[in-house]
Design a protein. Sequence first.
Length: 340
Amino acid sequence: MHNFYSDTQTQPTRAMRETVLTAKVGDEQGALDPTTIALEQRVAALLGKEAAVFLPSGTMCNEIAIKVHCAPGDEVICARNSHIVNFEGGAPGMLSGVMIHPLDAERDLYTPEQVRGAIRFASRYDPPSRLLCAEQTANLGGGAVWPVAQLAAVTAVAREAGLATHLDGARLMNAVVASGVPAAEMAAGFDSVWIDFSKGLGAPVGAVLAGSHAFIDAAWRIKQAIGGAMRQSGVLAAMCLHALDHHVERLAEDHALAATIGAGLAQMPGVTGVLPVETNIVIFDMAEDRPDAASLAAALLTRGFRVSPFGPRRVRIVTHLDVDAAAGDALLAAVGELLG
């Protein structure tokens, strides 16, 4: 099976697993796990923030950040196709009692003018605009990389209006490798930011949320309250540290493979469009006279390829460390045969 469904499908390498055997561990809740502390300190420095906290998932990072920054009845501004809106089970409303103000933008990279237009005037009739969220890379935008100048511009508008800012950095390191811009520079305009270890970096579990000391103190209280606190979490943190040491620069290989797949798809009959490929995500659309997305995915599965339907006629392919150029060539051959 060649699994192009998502970079969440990666399996920890043998070398990554072996780091667990020698990891020094302790009680995370008592700040006694040295490996977890080392990971948190390293990520805080990487992102240019004062402090950080290790969490089980990226969704928890987003939802804790929203809960710290907002009060019930507040409004969060973000892209309509963002992970917060589409893939977190309605958690902003369920857990924090906030409203979402969604922005429609090309490849989900909204503009300063859109942010300015979304911020509400102070009124007892309106929900207070409280938080601006961005996603780097933009998943449903085809793994689009926010230009650092555009990130600075949209966060400047938010800050001028007194809003907090949060960066969903699930694939932030993909953006760093693709653009050459340091992570701290991308995160500079944000009050909170996180990176995921269970996607392209190849760890089985974990994300790290960073911000000011005060923000992380508040985040820790919510982590405790919702059951996210762990004990000897160093066994997980050790694998995340290994990922930082060994799996960041190789993300360029995933990007190159995705570009090759995207170029191949663009030449196929029945493919009506491929979103620009900047990182490790390929999203393409098919003509009405070809199989729909679910049918194509099902047919590919019988041939040993797993991809993700992302709409009636839209498919997503994601590259990662467990698929290579040979798998990519075989996938293109299978899609070409099925689209005929």
